[in-house]
Ligand binder design. Structure first.
Ligand code: 6CS
Length: 335
């Protein structure tokens, strides 16, 4: 869907200007619902900006302006000023952002992970010029939780994924990763996932527990498997021309609001994975949730080197520099 094919309701919403109490309105589109992690982050950002400036933030959750690819187009062309798009959908635009799909690169330890996001030179120094080349000001990246596999049959080894049509985000390295895991990766936009699982077009997908719960994906899946291979990363950006033209004062308001929203979302996610899994078990007692042992994880871990090599081939001209810096950042954050 493009701007031209937006529903009448969405266009009407877009055209609604400031309510009068504000100097102007900035539009912020994201890939999830209001009560999901990206929505909570966006609401905190809005609250901070509106409390500290005369700008209003208008929020557009998933579906109101189209799929992730549509909102990215809208952000690049300045129809929306802010967009939250996960690197899972940014692969074609910024090939280096695929680094987040090298399995077992990001730690599962929450403190280590959060420290990495806060201090990473890769995120704060190397990525911004790559996003800028695409007309985007990279404002922040944050983690959304341990990624888990949902399937119709049990998974304890890569052999169990043989012939499983496994939905992944539209990211070439994620496709490679699931090829290496032994599955048949099927890239699809988010809007097609629930129906695809329901009709059997796909038999598996991966996402954090909160999202499996809130989107009721557990209804169309029988097994949840914790392989520990990744943590869901997302990124918030502004249209670069819009951002560059802002007075320093507004840039500071935006940066401060991003920092406040980052702190808030880290706190918000404390215990969220376990609470979400409990809610899933309550809603569907027949579901099987398995945390693979180190031994069971090993064959999945053994694929990491080949996916890393593939990243160096398809991850753009800065792939090697990004991977090296990312490893250095992870090591530094472990101290
Ligand atoms: O799997 C997806 O496509 C979606 N997953 C999450 C956690 N957020 C947005 C994204 O579109």
């Amino acid at each position: 869907m493009t701007y031209k094919t937006l529903t009448a309701a969405s266009v009407a919403a877009l055209m609604l200007g400031s309510t009068g109490a504000f100097a102007d309105t900035w539009r912020y589109a994201f890939e999830e619902a209001m009560d999901e992690v990206q929505g909570k982050f966006a609401q905190k950002f809005k609250e901070e900006v509106e409390a500290n400036s005369d700008h209003e933030i208008q929020l557009f959750p998933f579906g109101t302006l189209g799929e992730s690819a549509d909102t990215m187009e809208q952000a690049q062309s300045g129809i929306v000023q802010f967009v939250d798009q996960s690197p899972g959908f940014t692969g074609a635009l910024i090939p280096e952002a695929q680094v987040f799909f090298v399995p077992y690169l990001l730690p599962q330890d929450q403190d280590h992970l959060v420290k990495f996001f806060r201090t990473s030179k890769t995120i704060h120094e190397l990525f911004p010029p790559l996003y800028a080349d695409q007309g985007l000001e990279l404002l922040t990246m944050f983690p959304e939780g341990e990624v888990m596999m949902t399937t119709q049959e049990p998974v304890t080894s890569p052999a169990d994924l043989d012939e499983v049509k496994f939905r992944v985000m539209t990211n070439p390295l994620l496709v490679e990763s699931y090829n290496a895991f032994g599955a048949t990766p099927t890239p699809l936009p988010w809007g097609e996932v629930y129906g695809g699982l329901q009709t059997g077009i796909i038999q598996g997908q991966e996402n954090p527990a909160f999202f499996i719960e809130s989107t009721k994906m557990y209804e169309v899946t029988d097994y949840i498997t914790r392989t520990g291979h990744n943590n869901f990363t997302t990124a918030v950006m502004a249209n670069k021309d819009f951002f560059d033209e802002l007075p320093e004062e507004d840039k500071t308001v935006i940066h401060n609001a991003m920092e406040a929203a980052f702190d808030y979302i880290v706190d918000y996610q404390t215990g969220l994975t376990e609470t979400s899994l409990e809610k899933i078990k309550e809603a569907k007692p027949s579901i099987t949730i398995t945390d693979l042992t180190e031994e069971q994880r090993q064959p999945f871990m053994d694929t990491a080197d080949s996916v890393e090599e593939e990243f160096l081939k398809i991850g753009g001209s800065q792939a090697q520099a990004i991977l090296d810096q990312m490893k250095a950042d992870l090591e530094a954050a472990a101290q």
